[in-house]
Unconditional design. Structure first.
Length: 162
């Protein structure tokens, strides 16, 4: 097994109040419904601090994986959401993510707005040789890009901006 990691960062100013975006990002079921290739996000544990993410099957070269991974979620009300891979004791997960969402007030000519920034690093452990890293990372970047673009469009539609 070889670990492969890709990173993705995005920012956007959305012409809506911060609370509306926060409500989406902190609702695991809504977040999953707006993100392509996610089948579900299930909170569990003390105060729902852990979220179990499940994805559809993702083809990656000669193999296909359906990642499931557990993230510890840390919320700073209306400002920041941090997540890090934190599987249950004794569990081995072949995928995980680390990153954050940050929200700040912004303004447009039309009124209040929110600056949303997202940073994430996704790691998967695949039964492929390290020499395949360029092709695997290219495939992973494509999947992450599709998910990110799809989420952005779906979020805008959900907020009534499209």
């Amino acid at each position: 097994m070889t670990k492969f990691t890709v990173t993705h960062e995005a920012t956007e100013v959305l012409p809506v109040e911060r609370q509306r975006i926060w409500d989406v990002l902190t609702d695991p079921h809504q977040l999953a419904s707006l993100t392509p290739m996610l089948t579900s996000i299930e909170p569990y544990g003390e105060e729902g601090q852990h979220w179990r993410w499940r994805m559809t099957k993702v083809p990656a070269l000669s193999t296909a994986v359906a990642p499931e991974f557990t993230e510890r979620m840390t919320f700073t009300e209306l400002e920041r959401i941090e997540f890090r891979h934190d599987p249950p004791a004794g569990a081995e997960e072949d995928a995980g993510a680390e990153g954050w969402y940050a929200l700040e007030d912004a303004s447009t000519d039309d009124g209040p707005a929110t600056h949303l920034a997202i940073s994430l690093a996704i790691t998967v452990d695949l039964p492929l040789p390290r020499v395949s890293a360029p092709a695997v990372k290219a495939a992973m970047k494509g999947v992450v890009g599709t998910m990110g673009n799809g989420f952005a469009g779906n979020l805008e539609k959900h907020l009534g901006l499209r």
